[in-house]
Design a protein around this ligand. Structure first.
Ligand code: SAH
Length: 464
């Protein structure tokens, strides 16, 4: 195939980024926004020797799995990738993605995976699930302020205040801010020139408490006439925290380093299970609270705690898994590289009266080996105790030095929470070569309409 050539193809497979895959005379074409089962007309945009990328021009016969996207901007926006696929099909795709990686990259046999894989945990309503949104501001051709989302892989703003993944109140807040900017002549920030004031707005919503936070990210420190804006925002039911965060650097980092409260308090409160969290504008917090609870419950079930166990929670963030497990464990140790997250973890333990969780700042691959060595040195060669080790690493997976220490500490169970099943498969292959058995695998859909999938895994140490 050549660039600009058109063809009619059937989509027979789906790629890792949710794109449709079809073949024409053995030549593979990747087609964004095409769904398995579609018969489509495509135009080749980029042609390599054996494969190419094509644009979807027309759906000739839609797949039975094709649905009308909820959002008018689903194809353009970089946020969702698979809104045109029925939710059932999305779940099947994600389950298959995890299974495929475990098979190909982990070397686990198909029959064995049939035994250990549990069905993916999806959502009843796969929209409106995000408790956090960060909307960029810009200026349209007529000079009016706009807000919405970046088009895929660009910084062009698509004006849209009605994101299908967010909560309904987002739209109300955004319209108030846009009206204010127009009325007061407050300009949006311009990335290219570094001029203008309003960069982003961060909105957070506590699903259980219904508390709302608004934080304006500014290229400066003050918004002229801000009292009028605050007055309008405080009329919204549930408004709890209004703040600004100055960020005058020319950078893609959204938030500034600090924030200043304009009205109300500096945080909102929310719950995961029985644990209460205070969430400030700069805190990390899971964005899908409904599924987070399912994810942690799954981790808890796999940890199978009886009450006296020593548990390590590595890559613990603000300690959410640690605190969730602390109720059922003897002692929990959390390790996290970001110091502010550990401050939050300690504070969250305190406000919940949890006294059996201790937190360490540092790299998991350094803190755990050092703890292990120090313990042996101080206790005449005795091994530091670990009954269960939970890991929840970023996409790149666990560091090899950490995996080696886990094997040395030999906990009875390892619970692996993963956001990338390729690195999960790699790490499981190692652990299963070092005395562990893969007992359970359960994907959890934390991000419907996107290609991402989380997985919780239970490993049991072989009896020796
Ligand atoms: N378990 C938490 C966070 C998981 S995200 C939750 O469920 O909310 C992964 C976390 O690992 C992030 O907070 C990141 O800052 C942290 N991290 C990244 N590299 C790390 C390392 N080498 N050692 C410890 N923590 C690390």
């Amino acid at each position: 195939m050549q660039k600009n050539e058109t063809a009619v193809i059937e989509i027979t497979d789906i790629g890792v980024n949710g794109e449709g895959i079809g073949k024409i005379d053995g030549y593979t074409l990747f087609v964004k926004d095409a769904v398995i089962g579609d018969k489509v007309e495509v135009k080749v945009m980029k042609a390599k020797k054996n494969y190419g990328y094509a644009r979807l021009m027309r759906v000739i016969e839609p797949s039975a799995d094709r649905v009308e996207p909820r959002c008018a901007f689903a194809r353009k926006c970089g946020g969702c990738q698979i809104q045109e696929m029925s939710y059932e099909r999305q779940l099947a795709f994600k389950e298959q993605k995890v299974r495929g990686n475990l098979e190909r990259l982990g070397g686990f046999e198909r029959e064995m995976l049939d035994q250990v894989m549990e069905p993916i945990r999806g959502m009843d309503n796969p929209f409106g699930y995000r408790n956090k949104a960060q909307f960029p501001f810009g200026t349209d051709k007529e000079g009016n302020p706009v807000t919405g989302f970046y088009a895929g892989r660009t910084h062009d703003i698509i004006a849209n205040t009605d994101c299908a993944l967010g909560v309904p109140v987002n739209q109300e807040i955004l319209e108030i801010i846009l009206d204010f900017m127009k009325a007061e002549g407050v300009p949006a920030y311009d990335e290219k020139t570094g001029k203008g004031l309003i960069r982003h707005v961060l909105i957070r919503y506590g699903f259980t408490t219904k508390e709302i936070m608004v934080c304006l990210v500014l290229n400066g420190r003050k918004v002229p006439g801000v009292e009028g804006l605050v007055k309008k925002l405080t009329a919204i039911d549930g408004m709890t925290s209004i703040s600004i965060s100055p960020n005058t650097r020319q950078t893609n980092v959204i938030m500034g380093d600090a924030y200043e409260v304009l009205w109300g308090q500096g945080f909102i409160t929310d719950y995961i299970g029985n644990v209460r969290y205070q969430i400030s504008p700069l805190s990390f917090y899971q964005v899908n609270p409904v599924q987070t609870e399912k994810l942690y419950s799954q981790a808890l079930e796999y940890a199978d705690l009886k009450g006296g166990e020593t548990v390590w929670d590595l890559y613990c963030g603000i300690g959410t898994i640690s605190l969730f497990l602390a109720e059922k464990a003897g002692q929990v140790y959390g390790v996290e590289i970001v110091p502010q997250a550990i401050d939050d973890a300690r504070k969250n333990a305190e406000i919940n009266g949890i006294t059996n969780a201790e937190f360490f700042v540092g790299k998991a691959e350094e803190v755990l080996p050092e703890y292990y060595e120090d313990y042996a040195r101080q206790h005449g060669g005795e091994k530091a105790r670990a009954d269960v080790i939970v890991v929840d690493p970023p996409r790149k997976g666990c560091d090899q030095a950490l995996l080696e220490t886990i094997v040395k500490m030999a906990p009875g169970r390892v619970v692996y929470v993963s956001c990338d099943s390729a690195t999960l498969a790699r790490d499981l292959k190692y652990l299963c070569g070092e005395g562990y058995v893969l007992e359970k695998v359960r994907p959890v859909d934390m991000f419907p309409e996107t290609v991402h999938v989380e997985t919780v895994v239970r490993l049991q140490r072989k009896h020796t």
